[in-house]
Design a protein around this ligand. Sequence first.
Ligand code: HEC
Ligand code: HEC
Length: 340
Amino acid sequence: MKQNERRIVEGGDSPQQRKAGDGAKRAILALAGGAGLFVLGSIAFDLGILGDDGSHPTNSSERESDMAAAYFSPPAETSIPDGPDGDAIRRGMALFVNTKTNAADFVGNELSCASCHLDKGREPNSAPMWAAYVIYPKYRSKNKQINTMEDRLRGCFTYSMNGQDSPSGGPPPAGHPIYKDLQMYFHWLASGAPVGESLPGQGYPELEKTALGYDPQRGAQVYEQNCAACHGSNGQGQRDLNGKLVFPPLWGPNSYNWGAGMARVNTAASFIKANMPMGQGGTLTDQEAWDAAAFIDSQERPRDPRQTGSVADNAAANHGQDTYYGKIVEGRLLGTGTGR
Ligand code: HEC
Ligand code: HEC
C-alpha cells in the first residue's frame, strides 16, 4: 500500500462512540445556556472538550457531513520523532496552540492559530495545516505575489493575530525561528500527503449565497441563541477562574483586525457553517451562518494595518465585497479601529 493511501482513512468512529460524544456536547450547551458562565470552562475541561494545553480537540468523525468524505489523516502526536526535528515540531505545535504565550512579542490580541484552525490545525474544513502545507508556494491575489509558506504565516501574524498591537509592533521578521518551527510542524502533519494537490477538507468550504442575503439584525438573534453562551454577549470571549482564555473573542480590541480573512463576511460564514457552534458544525442553516457572520463582522475591531490614509481610501484599495469595512452601520462608520 502506498503511504498516502494508508493515511487517507474513512472519518468514522463506531456509532456508539459518536453518540457518547454528542451527549457530552449537548450537556455542555445546556449548561452554557443556564448555569453560571464561569464554571463553563472547567466543565469543558473535565469533559475533555478542552485539552490540558488549552486546545479544543474536535472530533471530525462526530459530524454527519464528514461521514461520507474521506480525509487525509495526519500522523498521531505519539509518532513525533525524537531529536532536533521532533523538538522543532513540538515547538511549532506549542506555538500554534498557545500563540500568545509562545510568540508573545508578535501577537497583539487574545487569539491563537488554533482558534480558527481547530484541533491544533488538524480538523478538515477548518483550513487544516496538512492541506495548506502541500499547496505552497503559490500566487495570492491579496498581495498579488507568489507567497511562500513563510509569507503566508507573516500575513496571519499581521492580520489574524493583529501584530501591530504586539510588543514588537509587527509580525516576526523574515527568517525568524518561529516560522521555521511552525513549518516543521506543518511538514510533519502533512507526512505522506501528495504535494501540489488540493486535498478534501482544505480551507473553509465556501458557502453559497442565500436568496435573502445576510443581515446583522437577524444575526444578532442567531448569535444570542447559539454563540453568546461561549463567546459572551459582547463578543469578548471568556476566561476560566485562573484567567486562562477558554473561548476566544470575536470582535473588539482582542480579536482579529479589519485586514484578516475572517473579517470578510463570506469567509466567516464559511467557517461558522462548518465549525460552529463548537462541536456542532453543520447544524446551523446556511442563512443562520451568513447572518451570524454579518453580525460579528459588523462590529468594530482593531484597524487594518494597511490603512495609511482614510478608511474610504483603504476600503477602495484593499477591500472588496462582503465586508462592512468602510460602511456605515447604525450611524457609525466601521473600520476606524478599537484602539488599545
Ligand atoms: C481569526 C482567525 C484566524 C487566526 C487566529 C489564524 N488564522 Fe490562519 N487563516 C484564517 C483564514 C480565514 C484563512 C483563509 C482560509 C480560506 O480562505 O479558506 C487562513 C489561512 C491560513 C493558512 C493557509 C491555509 C490554506 O489552506 O491555504 C495558513 C497556513 C494559516 N492560516 C496559518 C495560520 C497560523 C500559523 C496562525 C497563527 C500564527 C493563524 N493562521 C491564525 C484565519 C485565521
Ligand atoms: C460551546 C462553546 C462555543 C459555542 C456555542 C460557539 N463557539 Fe465559536 N469557538 C469556540 C471555541 C472553543 C473556539 C476556538 C477553537 C479552539 O480554541 O479550539 C471558537 C472559535 C470561533 C471563531 C474563530 C476565533 C475567533 O475568536 O474569531 C469564530 C469566528 C467563532 N467561534 C464564531 C462562533 C459563532 C458565530 C457561534 C454561534 C453560531 C459560535 N462561535 C459558537 C467555542 C464556541
